[in-house]
Design a protein around this ligand. Structure first.
Ligand SMILES: Cc1ncc(COP(=O)(O)O)c(C=O)c1O
Length: 464
């Protein structure tokens, strides 16, 4: 287990990087953890545990990497940050600062994105059950609206008609790809064609801009297939004298938390019931050791064959269509870490050990989806003269039996002590705050934005 000592300390502090599911870490964050763990301890003392540290530079780097791929292929593009992935205001600010748009799924995300400085015409609204207030605000602001159903279409039409000022709604129609016939999201062929037909008569109040879909999972092939299916609808729309100019393929670009080889080895050798305190291996996991990065995924998508001799990139260029993306998780890759302070180490029956932390699994939420965050935490501890290795699982501070952050028995080279810190890396994508709440009236975890000052020193400010 690699250990680094912080150089400038009143008391010595050790940083233990786990060896099994070693988190891939942004170099800036890694330097911060290894060189100044005392700062982290001070921040937790000041702001409490758990503490989420948000790193907008990582978000900006992810945007630049996507743009570089899209530019290499010479395709017109529009990136909308899927704001649902994280509640940080500074990440919305990073999206605005990078010049990309934001995908908003509620009135509150819309307001936050506007407050962050995103121009309203760069907002795109998704979700199947938009309220009248949300629709009204979107229409007034001139944001793009992904219409999920004929029912939403009717609702939006009535909202526009009810507005006193003459405004047009800008819409994409959400398609339900053939690969997911029973999904409740989007429209099948007949409904889509019927909406297109109605749009031809509503051009005074609704401006049709193109099509949208979003699929679960992380496959490239399902997106390629869905994209191909849309070709016929683009043609049909044009035959009706409509002008589709955008195909929005949603989110679902994968990210890599763990080296793929190490991850494959872990799944093969170290993921048996005996590796879990409850003797149960979850049925499914996020592909933490994804064999594709998001940029490789995007490259494969653009290179994929659309029709004989014509790639998707060629099709987009030939047809003058803008490729829109709504990446959530992949844009916040490496953009936050979550820090939990250990309260107690308790011996249980059958030689088991549990570490209790200040904080709960609502702030590291994978176990609530019957899964597990397969990334081991980094331990920040005081050195002891005779380190004793242990294996322990990690539980939150609530009285719920299910409040377990990590059911897996994690190996520690030295027994953690009360007051030590556990750092979960790369938690920005849903993990850190999707389910956070004030259970037991604990205050919501604090979120701080890191900004680089000089020479590896960082300033941390509230991120709301
Ligand atoms: C419509 C839509 N777009 C984008 C996203 C973001 O997906 P991801 O975070 O996997 O990129 C989601 C996630 O559920 C979604 O429903």
């Amino acid at each position: 287990m690699p250990v680094s000592m912080a150089p400038r300390l009143k008391e010595r502090i050790e940083v233990h990087t786990p060896e099994l599911l070693t988190p891939l870490l942004d170099p800036v964050i890694s330097d911060f953890l290894h060189n100044t763990p005392d700062t982290l301890i001070d921040l937790v003392t000041q702001h409490g545990s758990p503490l989420n540290l948000v790193w907008p530079h990582a978000f900006q780097a992810n945007v630049a990497a996507f743009q570089s791929v899209l530019n290499q292929f010479g395709v017109r593009h529009a990136i909308f940050y899927g704001a649902k992935a994280n509640k940080s205001q500074s990440l919305l600010g990073a999206a605005a600062g990078s010049g990309i748009g934001t995908d908003v799924s509620s009135l509150y995300e819309l307001e936050s994105a506007l407050r962050a400085g995103t121009p309203p015409e760069r907002l795109c609204a998704t979700g199947p059950a938009k309220t009248a207030a949300f629709h009204r605000a979107l229409v007034r602001e001139g944001a793009l609206i992904c219409v999920d159903s004929q029912e939403e279409f009717d609702h939006l039409k009535s909202v526009v008609e009810s507005l006193s000022a003459p405004v047009k709604a800008r819409v994409l129609l959400r398609y339900r790809p053939r690969s997911c016939p029973s999904s409740r999201f989007g429209m099948g062929a007949d409904e889509l064609l019927s909406c297109l037909q109605r749009l031809t008569e509503l051009s005074e109040i609704i401006h049709f801009e193109g099509f949208h879909f979003h699929l679960g999972g992380y496959d490239v092939e399902t997106r390629v297939q869905a994209f191909r299916e849309l070709g016929g609808f683009v043609d049909a729309a044009r035959e009706m004298a409509l002008t589709p100019g955008i195909i929005d393929i949603g989110g679902g670009l994968p990210i890599r938390y763990i080296d793929p080889q190490a991850y494959a080895q872990f799944l093969q050798n170290a993921n048996q019931p005996s590796h879990y305190h409850n003797q149960r291996v979850p049925n499914s996991f996020y592909p933490y050791g994804s064999h594709l990065t998001a940029c490789q995924w995007l490259t494969l998508f653009l290179q994929a064959e659309h029709s004989a001799g014509c790639s998707i990139a060629d099709y987009l260029k030939n047809q003058n269509i803008t490729l829109a993306l709504e990446p959530g998780r992949s844009l916040v890759d490496q953009a936050a870490i979550s820090v939990f302070r250990i309260t107690r180490i308790k011996q249980l029956a059958n030689d088991k050990t549990v570490l209790f932390v200040e904080g709960s699994s609502f702030s590291a939420c994978e176990t609530w989806f019957s899964s597990e965050y397969l990334v081991d935490p980094i331990l920040i501890t005081q050195p002891v003269s005779a380190p004793k290795p242990i294996q322990a699982y990690i539980a939150g501070h609530s009285c719920l039996e299910d409040d377990v952050i990590t059911h897996r028995l994690i190996h520690f080279n030295t027994t953690p002590q009360a007051g030590d810190l556990l750092i979960y890396a790369n938690t920005a994508g849903y993990q850190m705050d999707l389910l956070e709440n004030e259970f037991h009236r604990h205050p919501l975890p604090r979120r701080l934005m890191a900004s680089c000052c000089t020479d590896g020193h960082y300033a941390f400010s509230p991120d709301y």
